[in-house]
Design a protein around this ligand. Structure first.
Ligand SMILES: Nc1ncnc2c1ncn2[C@@H]1O[C@H](COP(=O)(O)OP(=O)(O)OP(=O)(O)O)[C@@H](O)[C@H]1O
Ligand SMILES: Cc1ncsc1CCO
Ligand SMILES: [Mg+2]
Length: 517
């Protein structure tokens, strides 16, 4: 299957109502073309035919000069009148067969689809591309169907990968500087990815359409840091790199923005301070952009409380950090415990990329869509290591993330390499929020280790669980109550010693690479 010559990377769709005061649609399109859009669709829902043709002629002159195609939304007659390169038709518009008959075999015909059934029909009818959407809720069109999300796009790509003819794809629906990177690089299935993104308001309503277009094109064309994983990790080389990242937390004092439940808040802030990072707790959406632009920042989203507007808050934060290419740790607390939580986790994964997903067995199994014995918020350890390793590895590969499954034995994978860690102490299961604060620790370390998130996760779990072993036998520790302050002390002492060149505590690491037998 040879992809056609049309470059769908950045597809501008116009909307006359979104043009800022003081400029014109023609001017916005001209600047977007300067910024590098690769395709333009003129969409006029209310224009008189004569005005539509006039505008189409003007814009066609610009696109021809730039060597890019112009498509007309819905109106085959106008496409014919100005000899545009093609049309885009919606589910309720003219049928593809009639459009093809009128336009001939060489014109581009695209169609909007939301489901596999619609994609299948469009393919059968002979379209050149499908616009998949709306990915997210969009303000530019009254939604007729629920947003399909990244998983909706994956389903259609999966279907198209089985079709003998190559049908191109673009995603559409609230794609902008915050959302585009996740949609482009997560909406992939084996052998197929999107050919581009269609953008409306992010460009048409922009103060500087050229700059936004340039940045969006770069997002589409350049895979982000989280697309690359280091192959064939071995335990000795990962262990050897741990002292440097732990020392770097002390020297760089990363800013860890914790959106975390109230049970864990104070403990997490103290844990951050004890390892040398700088915590802030906030659920105030208007300040997320400021926090996300702090150098060395990281975000922890701990879904401990199911408040009414939680997903909206989480997604706003995730968008801010994604835009700034700063890391995000997701802790899907009690993910499988209720319908509300299952739905919330689904929306999160449908919208966002996470650098690390950390949870106990029940939580990770639920996120992966696997059955488990999970009840409440405590970890269980019923399934076999092999099952856990398989689930963790598959989830990491699918979501392009690092998955940390905690419990008596911890399993960590980047989708290629999987490690099993056996440090820790039973007291960790007897205090609340012991898993939650591990998310904060991993957040601090991943903030200084973006290029190696697997290392950051392994370093965080080893630091925490070895500190716990030492705290459990520290003088004066008699049970879970006295264990908590001793754990803070050990986190402080171990990271200080590491920064001063003594990482001998790592000799206690019980860690091996998981190899399926
Ligand atoms: N029985 C155990 N022995 C040793 N270490 C343990 C044990 N149980 C948990 N841990 C460790 O405790 C930490 C938290 O893991 P756990 O699976 O208990 O999290 P969790 O259930 O999400 O906790 P919480 O919901 O209370 O925050 C991990 O570092 C894990 O290695
Ligand atoms: C007990 C509890 N309830 C909601 S969050 C939380 C902390 C452990 O995850
Ligand atoms: Mg453990």
């Amino acid at each position: 299957m040879v992809p056609p010559k049309v470059d769908y990377s950045l597809y501008l769709v116009t909307d006359p109502y979104l043009v800022p005061v003081g400029t014109t649609l023609e001017e916005q399109v001209r600047r977007a073309i300067d910024g590098g859009v690769t395709l333009v669709q003129l969409r006029e829902k209310d224009a008189e035919t004569c005005d539509f043709i006039e505008r189409a002629k003007t814009i066609h002159a610009m696109t021809k000069k730039a060597g890019i195609p112009l498509l007309i939304n819905d109106r085959v007659d106008i496409a014919l009148a100005i000899d545009a390169e093609g049309v885009h038709i919606g589910q309720e518009d003219i049928d593809v067969a009639t459009a093809r008959k009128l336009l001939g075999p060489d014109k581009i015909i695209g169609m909007s689809v939301s489901y596999v059934s619609e994609a299948a029909k469009a393919v059968e009818d002979g379209v050149d591309y499908v616009g998949i959407g709306a990915i997210y809720d969009t303000a530019t069109k009254t939604p007729k169907k629920p947003p399909v999300g990244i998983n909706g796009a994956r389903k259609i790509l999966s279907y198209l990968s089985s079709v003998p003819r190559y049908v191109s794809t673009v995603a559409i629906g609230s794609l902008n500087l915050k959302t585009a990177r996740n949609v482009v690089h997560l909406s992939t299935v084996p052998g197929r990815c999107l050919d581009g993104i269609a953008v409306v308001s992010a460009i048409i309503a922009a103060e500087d359409p050229a700059a936004v277009s340039k940045e969006l094109l770069s997002i589409v064309r350049n895979p982000p840091y989280w697309m690359s994983i280091i192959p064939n990790r071995d335990v000795p080389s990962v262990l050897a790199d741990i002292p440097a990242v732990i020392s770097k937390v002390r020297s760089a004092t990363p800013f860890v923005h914790n959106i975390i439940n109230r049970v864990a808040t104070n403990f997490a802030a103290n844990v951050n301070l004890s390892i040398g990072s700088s915590p802030a707790m906030s659920e105030n959406i208007p300040e997320f952009d400021d926090f996300a632009s702090i150098p060395n920042s990281a975000l922890l989203i701990n879904m401990g409380y199911g408040t009414n507007d939680w997903v909206e808050t989480y997604l706003a934060a995730a968008g801010a950090y994604a835009k700034n290419l700063r890391p995000i740790v997701l802790d899907p607390v009690a993910a499988g415990a209720s319908e509300l939580r299952r739905g919330a986790v689904k929306s999160m994964l449908n919208h966002s990329h996470f650098d690390v997903i950390k949870g106990n067995e029940g939580e990770i199994f639920s996120v992966a869509g696997e059955a488990s014995q999970m009840r409440g918020v405590d970890s269980t350890s019923s399934s076999q290591l092999q099952k856990k390793a398989n689930v963790v590895e598959a989830l990491a590969a699918k979501e392009k993330t690092i998955v940390v499954l905690t419990g008596k034995e911890d399993v960590i994978s980047d989708g290629m390499t999987t490690f099993v860690l056996r440090n820790g102490h039973a007291y960790l299961a007897d205090i609340t929020a012991s898993g939650c604060v591990l998310g904060s620790i991993i957040g601090a370390i991943v903030a200084v280790s973006l290029e190696d998130r697997f290392l950051a996760a392994v370093a965080g779990v080893l630091l925490y669980t070895i500190a716990a072993e030492r705290a459990a036998v520290a003088p004066g520790v008699r049970g879970p109550g006295t264990f908590i302050p001793a754990l803070l002390d050990e986190l402080y002492l171990l990271t200080m010693a590491t920064a001063n060149g003594d990482a001998s505590w790592l000799e206690a690491a019980k860690i091996e690479r998981y190899i399926e037998t």
